[in-house]
Design a protein around this ligand. Structure first.
Ligand SMILES: [Zn+2]
Length: 500
């Protein structure tokens, strides 16, 4: 997952991409101090329609439904008619990829197909698709660039805002407009153990912080249909009972994502040009000329600005100041791509058995120890935890696999910045070190002498290191935190970026 460190860069690049794509309307602005809550649903499961929509309707609220085009009409998922009904009644339909993969682990061409063609398919069904949610909240810098090039106005991640037990130092709300349009942040996904107090805290924390945007990430609304990612219809309904009156008492509004992000519906951008059309330029700035997809019929329900939203509001909505028109942008020089994270599956969201895909438990010496996936994630849904009960010598830690497709590639003469987020408990003489291995020209893997000891931390903390130049002929690295002695260390969000 993209780390905050790079968010500014990605934003600048994304803004330029969008700026050259189309004259995008300025984002709607809300009066200072406004808190906006977006109720977002991922995956378009049937229980959302049966259990959540009636409660939204009773409270006259509109939600955002992120849909996988490849699942429409399949058992357990909403039908095309269901979605048309939602759109016709003022709910927002957004994209969520064709088949729900972990995007950050895919090759760019596959990411483009999943993101662009999903959007084209949804536009083709007549929905004005402006906004995306990444499955599992998983997106590399490349993924974010692709989301922009596919014509999305924004893309939602998962995490990054304060939770009760996770990300406790994180901001309470996303600014409006968001800091990074292509990785907007949220509190943790709602789960079966999410309480009313926790839901309320997401809103009251934002209100106390002076307002801002809070997107709630909901999967199932049901009792017992999913062991983890569900809240009960009763909790959902009581939460709306509590939330709705805050429009008049706390200047807290419930709006779909499109009301916060705004902007015109951009043309669809197929990942492959239709037969007979000129080959697409790799530059995203020219991609919108591929207007082969059907022009979406924009329903009035999808108005980009809150001031003209037909949504009946139970309480008066503060008037929105006029949006200044944006002068046309001058043509810009080619934009260098944002930094690419060279780690596959960096946020550990996808797994093969008990290990995150493309990661191994790199251990040496003897020990009673193991690796497990953990839901206490820094971002996304998963982290991984290494636990050692007892050991003799050596250490244990989760590191990118050394296989050709998973090891972190390095180029001769380039320097690489490594980082990883961690938290954990251990008692000296146990220690945790950031260790690096490299593949030498002979193909043999070798320890790099540098091994940085990291301090113990109860909260998520990032450790980073710019690698010294590696021996000539080195082709790949693997790195991670190694625990020597008894204790437990969780890691998440591995990063490896070329820095020069
Ligand atoms: Zn999903």
């Amino acid at each position: 997952m993209l780390m905050r460190h790079w968010a500014g860069t990605a934003l600048a690049v994304s803004a330029l991409i969008v700026g050259t794509v189309a004259a995008v309307a300025a984002a709607p602005s809300f009066p200072g101090g406004t808190t906006v809550v977006s109720i977002t649903f991922d995956d378009a499961s049937v229980d959302q329609l049966t259990n959540a929509v009636p409660a939204l309707d009773r409270h006259r609220l509109k939600g955002t439904f992120f849909v996988n085009s490849g699942r429409i009409d399949q058992a357990g998922y909403l039908t095309a008619a269901d979605l048309a009904g939602l759109a016709a009644t003022g709910h927002e339909i957004g994209g969520h990829t064709q088949t729900h993969p972990d995007l950050a682990t895919l090759a760019p061409a596959d990411q483009r197909r999943e993101i662009c063609d999903d959007r084209v398919a949804l536009l083709g069904r007549g929905f004005p698709i402006r906004n995306l949610a990444y499955p599992f909240g998983s997106a590399s810098a490349t993924t974010q660039q692709i989301a922009a090039a596919c014509g999305y106005n924004s893309a939602r991640g998962v995490g990054g805002l304060r939770g009760i037990a996770t990300c406790t130092d994180c901001p309470a709300a996303e600014p409006m407009p968001p800091a990074n349009l292509y990785y907007t942040t949220t509190p943790p996904s709602l789960r079966t153990n999410t309480t009313m107090a926790e839901l309320q805290s997401y809103v009251t924390n934002a209100e106390s912080a002076g307002g801002g945007w809070v997107q709630l990430v909901i999967h199932h609304v049901c009792a017992g249909c999913d062991p983890t990612y569900a809240i009960t219809p009763e909790l959902f309904d009581s939460f709306l009972d509590w939330l709705t009156p805050r429009a008049s008492t706390n200047n807290t509004q419930v709006r779909p994502v499109e009301d916060v992000i705004g902007g015109a519906v951009q043309p669809g951008v197929p990942s492959q040009p239709p037969p007979g059309s000129p080959a697409p330029s790799p530059s995203p700035s020219t991609s919108p000329t591929l207007t082969a997809s059907p022009t979406p019929s924009v329903s009035p329900a999808a108005s980009p600005t809150p001031s003209t939203s037909p949504t009946p509001s139970p309480t008066p909505v503060p008037s929105v100041p006029p949006v200044p028109s944006v002068p046309p942008l001058p043509s810009l020089p080619p934009v260098p791509g944002p930094p690419v994270n060279l780690v596959r599956n960096p946020s550990l969201e996808s797994a093969t058995g008990r290990l995150p895909t493309c990661f191994d438990n790199a251990s040496s010496g003897l020990g009673l120890r193991g690796v497990s996936r953990s839901h206490d994630a820094h971002t996304g849904r998963y982290a991984a935890r290494v636990k050692t009960v007892a050991s003799i010598g050596g250490g244990s830690g989760l590191m990118p696999s050394r296989s050709a497709s998973c090891a972190v590639p390095i180029k001769p003469g380039r320097r690489t910045a490594l980082s990883v987020w961690y938290k954990g408990k251990w008692r000296p003489p146990a220690a945790v070190r950031l260790i690096v291995h490299y593949r030498a020209s002979t193909g043999r893997w070798t320890d790099l002498a540098a091994a940085t000891v990291v301090p113990q931390s109860k909260a998520w903390r990032q450790v980073s290191l710019v690698l010294p130049p590696l021996p000539a002929g080195a082709t790949a690295i693997s790195f991670g935190l190694s625990l020597a002695g008894a204790g437990s260390v969780a890691t998440d969000d591995y990063g490896a970026f070329e820095v020069g």
